[in-house]
Design a protein around this ligand. Structure first.
Ligand code: URA
Length: 487
């Protein structure tokens, strides 16, 4: 009896295929509980199978759903769980049947699951960016540098948890535009020949090369960024799961670096406590370029103030800077914190989590914005085993200013939001007072819509719960002005 009412929809494992079927099912008025979603293996023809009892072939109709849902659905479509199609349809159905604000109810079981899937994919995307290692394929017959360049091909093997190869490929094209490369995975393979990006079916690991001429580069880089103060073996394993180690040439360095870590930590602490480091400021040699990748690359080696010495790495801004998707809004924070310093990405620690929560509340997708900091290195002092944030001085803020200025020159945002006093000081000068000027559009050299608001860390540090809540509400209402201004 039950099967008589059920409709089976068989989807190719991609968003476009699900979207097409979901539209048709919505148009036919099929509630989620009457649909069984099945998935084709990749490469098979797209096909919808409908129950024979069904008299009306589905037709596509336009339904209005929040853009945030479409973005979320495109991401969640990459998840490996076979349940994702049913979940997405359930949420779509609810959004179009009386619950248009469903995505704002973060405690709803469906929304919660959707966001958990999205987070897992973001994590996987990040892991792939961090752990893909190219090996150069040597070819015979390269008798000139040109031929050698022409035939050189770099190949990487990676095992993603989700279907993220297509989603992530653009990142590798941007990062390694002048190389020719392939990223091989069991699901899909991406290939860049210097001009075109193409995809083929997955392969098995034995089809990936082991011959290697680029390892020395990675080894030098890894030894350089290794921060002995951060050593926690269990955490290293959870971040850089053992599964990835086997593909990483630098894994061989870890025992040696671990053995050396206590001595290096002691040295770093002593140097910091005794303020041994002389204050030196070498003005930045900013490249004459408006290519964000060129600027990002140059910032990696910045030594314009002493903060680089105790930081793991430069944490540069993140977000779309090109073409139609170029960020319309730029958020500028103070400086990376402990977790940002470790991961190399802005606002990924506790302050970032609060920032994300506020953005989710106002329905602003962070990936559409550009997020950066006024100071690009983490300033800290040791307290026991912990690294405690220290406020950058005016000199350090000034030394770092050319980076954030160039980021703004490149992006030319419609809206600029300074998160906290340091960003305001860097970009707007000392006359700005957070208590007086917060939450209103100000004219600046960057844009006529510049705003200063709380820094998320300041909200976390508020002396009592009451003030925390009150300031958070103000923070969200400031951010809501951003959404309104974006229309
Ligand atoms: N605080 C900031 O200002 N920036 C970050 O990236 C993290 C915390």
């Amino acid at each position: 009896m039950l099967s008589f009412l059920m409709h089976q929809l068989t989807v190719l494992p991609n968003f476009a295929s699900w979207q097409k079927l979901a539209r048709s099912a919505l148009a036919s008025g099929w509630p989620p509980e009457e649909i069984v979603w099945a998935e084709w293996g990749s490469g098979e023809p797209e096909l919808a199978i409908f129950d024979e009892s069904d008299a009306t072939p589905p037709t596509a109709t336009a339904f209005r759903v929040p853009k945030a849902f479409l973005d979320l659905a495109q991401t969640v479509a990459c998840h490996r769980s076979a349940q994702r199609w049913a979940l997405l349809y359930r949420v779509l159905w609810r959004l179009t049947h009386g619950e248009p604000n469903l995505l704002k109810i973060l405690v709803d079981a469906d929304v919660y699951e959707l966001l958990a899937m999205e987070k897992s994919i973001r994590h996987d995307v990040h892991k792939m960016r961090a752990f893909v290692r190219f090996r150069e394929i040597k070819r015979d017959g390269a008798d000139s540098w040109f031929v050698a360049w022409f035939v050189a091909w770099f190949v990487a093997w990676f095992e993603p948890e989700h279907h993220i190869v297509e989603r992530n490929a653009k990142f590798f094209v941007d990062r390694f535009a002048s190389m020719k490369w392939s990223i091989l995975t069991p699901d899909r393979c991406a290939h860049w020949d210097g001009i075109r990006l193409t995809f083929t079916d997955g392969v098995t690991k034995d089809q990936a090369p082991t011959d290697d001429t680029v390892e020395p580069l990675w080894l030098t880089y890894y030894a350089h960024i290794f921060n002995p103060a951060r050593v926690k073996e269990t955490m290293m394993q959870s971040e850089m799961a053992k599964k990835y180690w086997k593909n990483l040439p630098e894994a061989a360095l870890i025992p040696e670096l671990l053995a050396e870590a206590p001595r290096r930590v002691a040295k770093m602490n002593a140097a910091s406590a005794a303020k041994e480091i002389p204050v030196e400021f070498d003005p930045i040699q900013l490249p004459d370029s408006h290519d964000i990748e060129v600027i990002r690359e140059a910032a990696r080696g910045c030594q314009a103030c002493p903060l680089y010495r105790n930081a793991t790495q430069t944490v540069f801004g993140e977000g779309p800077t090109l073409g139609k998707t170029k960020a319309r809004v730029v958020f500028v924070g103070e400086q990376p914190g402990d977790q940002e310093d470790r991961s190399g990405r802005p606002f990924v620690g506790p302050a970032g989590a609060l920032f994300d929560r506020a953005l989710a509340e106002i329905g602003l997708d962070r990936s559409l914005a550009y997020v950066t900091n006024a100071v690009k290195h983490f300033k800290w002092e040791p307290r026991g085993k912990r690294r405690i944030h220290q406020k950058p001085t005016s000199k350090e803020i000034a030394a770092c200013r050319p980076w954030v200025e160039r980021e703004l020159q490149i992006i030319q945002p419609e809206l600029l939001v300074c998160l906290g006093a340091t960003a305001a000081q860097s970009l707007l000068g000392n006359q700005i007072k957070l208590t007086r000027d917060r939450g209103q559009w100000l004219e600046s050299q960057w844009t006529s819509k510049t705003m200063v608001t709380f820094h998320p860390s300041a909200l976390l540090r508020a002396p009592d719960e009451e003030m925390r809540k009150q300031n958070y509400v103000l923070f969200v209402s400031d951010l809501r002005m951003v959404v309104e201004a974006l229309g």
